[in-house]
Design a protein around this ligand. Structure first.
Ligand SMILES: [Mg+2]
Length: 340
């Protein structure tokens, strides 16, 4: 299978007063397609509107473009996040305070970018510890025997950290997934993420009923309606909407609120560069039932921020700059742009 390189689409929204809002989305099938779609379609709907009427803008986009799926969900989400950056900058306030702040510091877990052999996964956990983490998410989905070896090695060499595992929809049957959840239980895994195809909600619900560890998922799902179905089915203990995929900051906040009423955690998925982290972190800071921040473990320059969000003693401090809370490092962005 050809590998698609990691990439992100940077979205810029500028107001007539000269305020510029930014956002980014990660791993679209094609950045050019997404950019073209934003220019050709979303631009025509969004330009000329009052950014403070962000919910009305979102409805216009949704009603005009709904149900043409993935690329479009990312575009809609990124444009909405950039509008929130504008709103925050206009009011000189970080977005979480506008949504209704709940916390200013959040537990962060280091998320490994790819599946690794057992020893390498353990070394990656060591790297994470040196960067201030005491929780790591390990990629699995390599077959039960190999997965057990990976989890066992990381647990034995790091008995005192939290371990999450992510199978990225790597198993097909409930039987195998139940077996995997039993392995996770033995090694005290905090949650098992996407053990089965994330479209197979009834199978996930069956697994959840039989699993001793929490089942997590939802990173590629869009809108309150889909998450209502997910919550009604009882597919997950932890839903993982991503503000840059699920429809934007306000959709993500609404999904977290729905999950709260179901007694389900909403721990946003964050996989991407600094602006993807920043947008989701604003929602996390405004949500009671979002106890964790996912932190993709890249080299620092990949975040493309003036001040990378850093982790100390397992916690990240929510950035306080206006809007999404961060400033972009345009020098690094230029350098990456040249390469693409
Ligand atoms: Mg995941």
């Amino acid at each position: 299978m050809p590998r698609i390189p990691a990439s992100g689409t940077l979205v810029e929204v500028e107001t007539d007063e000269g305020i510029v809002g930014y956002s980014m989305t990660h791993l679209p099938v094609s950045d050019r397609t997404l950019a073209r779609y934003i220019e050709d379609v979303l631009g025509r709907i969004v330009v000329g509107k009052d950014p403070f009427m962000v919910e009305a803008i979102w409805r216009d986009v949704y009603n005009t473009c709904n149900r043409i799926l993935f690329g479009i969900a990312q575009a809609t989400s990124a444009v909405e996040c950039a509008i929130w950056d504008v709103i925050g900058k206009a009011l000189k306030t970080p977005v979480y305070r506008l949504l209704g702040g709940f916390k200013e510091k959040v537990r962060a877990y280091a998320s490994f970018p790819f599946a690794l052999k057992p020893k390498a996964a353990s070394q990656m956990a060591e790297t994470a510890r040196k960067r201030g983490f005491n929780a790591v998410k390990v990629r699995i989905g390599e077959g039960l025997r190999r997965d057990e070896e990976i989890i066992r090695t990381v647990r034995e060499e790091h008995p005192d950290i939290e371990i999450m595992v992510d199978a990225n929809s790597g198993y097909e049957t409930v039987r195998e997934a139940v077996r995997l959840s039993e392995i996770c239980e033995v090694y005290n895994v905090r949650w098992l993420e996407e053990p089965l195809p994330s479209d197979n909600l009834s199978a996930l619900a069956e697994l959840r009923a039989r699993s001793g560890v929490d089942i997590a998922g939802g990173e590629n799902d869009f809108s309150i309606f889909r998450f209502k179905e997910i919550l009604d089915t009882g597919a997950y203990d932890i839903v993982q909407p991503d503000a840059t995929r699920c429809g934007g900051i306000l959709q993500c906040r609404k999904i977290a609120a729905m999950a709260e009423a179901y007694g389900v955690e909403a721990t946003p998925h964050i996989f991407g560069f600094g602006l993807v982290m920043a947008a989701n972190l604003q929602v996390i800071a405004a949500s009671y039932n979002s106890p964790w921040m996912e932190y993709p473990l890249f080299p620092e320059e990949f975040y493309m921020l003036e001040e990378p969000i850093r982790v100390e003693d397992g916690y990240a401090v929510v950035p306080k700059e206006p809007g999404l809370g961060v400033r972009l490092n345009f020098e690094t962005i230029e350098r990456f742009l040249e390469k693409s």
